[in-house]
Design a binder for this molecule. Structure first.
Ligand SMILES: *[C@@H]1O[C@H](CO)[C@@H](O)[C@H](O)[C@H]1NC(C)=O
Ligand SMILES: *[C@@H]1O[C@H](CO)[C@@H](O)[C@H](O)[C@H]1NC(C)=O
Ligand SMILES: *[C@@H]1O[C@H](CO)[C@@H](O)[C@H](O)[C@H]1NC(C)=O
Ligand SMILES: *[C@@H]1O[C@H](CO)[C@@H](O)[C@H](O)[C@H]1NC(C)=O
Ligand SMILES: *[C@@H]1O[C@H](CO)[C@@H](O)[C@H](O)[C@H]1NC(C)=O
Ligand SMILES: *[C@@H]1O[C@H](CO)[C@@H](O)[C@H](O)[C@H]1NC(C)=O
Ligand SMILES: *[C@@H]1O[C@H](CO)[C@@H](O)[C@H](O)[C@H]1NC(C)=O
Length: 252
């Protein structure tokens, strides 16, 4: 057989199938080998060179050896098999609604913090830590005042967590009257500064508090009622990935 010879480097990944078959993949090829060494169904490169490293459906052709004892010369039979791989995961959505009463009296507070939510309590079992919203009522940037809002992971000891999040201000009817959603994912690390993500300029005071700081736009566009009886109603939506599970099965 010419198609023998396993690449000598360590495979990128491999699976043991039905206790004696091992399916191994390198960057350019995968092979299916019989670990019992009985001479049958040894090797075939199966995936095209530019197959991505992503788990997906792979087409595997297994070339079976003819039986060398019965005279040789017999054309090898081609058995086509398909190896189905599924990388499964689901999103964990966490919503935090935070009502801050008498917000306009708190503008000179340095920082307001929501209670902590632990990773364990929301099902992030692969990494520890607590999650908390941090709001600065007045952050002055280039002479302009903003409310800044961030989410922080604290008290973590192992593992990064990938998440996405968005922040909203709810109106009197609970509708999301103002929103900023980060479409990309962020990696929350164990140590600062990348355990902390959000917006320094979540909303300008001139937009949130138009009557305090009238602006030209406030005169021309209808005012949104972002404060309800002086209260600021914040919503945060956080999305995390649950533990990832990879399964595979060889189909005849
Ligand atoms: C490699 O990938 C390109 C683009 O995805 C595709 O057009 C081409 O057919 C692939 N080649 C092989 C050998 O699979
Ligand atoms: C993969 O690449 C090798 C060498 O780069 C080439 O000999 C072989 O024909 C390629 N196979 C495919 C399926 O493109
Ligand atoms: C697959 O991963 C290896 C290293 O992990 C990398 O060198 C290679 O470029 C990757 N190939 C593709 C197609 O992404
Ligand atoms: C791998 O999967 C990701 C997400 O599904 C995709 O964005 C990326 O293009 C894939 N890479 C390759 C080389 O196919
Ligand atoms: C296996 O695949 C080859 C090439 O695609 C094809 O010619 C052959 O008929 C297939 N054999 C079976 C048993 O499906
Ligand atoms: C989680 O959030 C995403 C995007 O916001 C949404 O598409 C999905 O339906 C939500 N999942 C659940 C279980 O609520
Ligand atoms: C955690 O994320 C940081 C920043 O993206 C990265 O530099 C670091 O290597 C990651 N650590 C692990 C264990 O993946």
């Amino acid at each position: 057989m010419s198609l023998t010879g396993t690449p000598s480097t360590t495979p990128q990944f491999s699976f043991l199938l039905r206790s004696t078959l091992i399916y191994s993949c390198w960057i350019t090829a995968c092979v299916l080998a019989d670990t019992t060494g009985n001479g049958n169904a040894i090797i075939a490169p199966v995936l095209p060179n530019n197959t991505s490293n992503n788990s997906s459906t792979g087409q595997a052709s297994v070339l079976a050896n003819g039986n060398a004892d019965n005279g040789g010369g017999k054309a090898p039979a081609i058995l086509n098999k398909t190896f189905e791989v599924h990388t499964a995961s689901q999103l964990i959505n966490l919503t935090i609604n935070w009502k801050i009463d008498n917000f306009i009296f708190l503008l000179d507070q340095a920082e307001l913090r929501s209670p902590l939510v632990s990773s364990e309590s929301i099902g992030i079992t692969e990494a520890d830590g607590d999650w908390q919203l941090i709001l600065n009522p007045t952050k002055t940037i280039a002479g302009k005042d903003y409310v800044s809002l961030n989410v922080e992971r604290s008290g973590a000891t192992f593992g990064n967590v990938t998440g996405r999040f968005g922040f909203y201000i709810l109106d009197k009817k609970g509708g999301e009257a103002y929103s900023l959603f980060d479409e990309i994912t962020n990696v929350f690390t164990v140590d600062p500064p990348e355990n902390f993500w959000g917006w320094e300029k979540f909303i300008a005071h001139s937009v949130l508090l138009p009557s305090l700081k009238p602006s030209l736009t406030a005169l021309t566009t209808p005012r949104k009622n972002l404060l309800v009886n002086g209260a600021l109603h914040i919503r945060a939506r956080l999305e995390f990935l649950s533990p990832v599970l990879v399964t595979g099965a060889l189909k005849e």
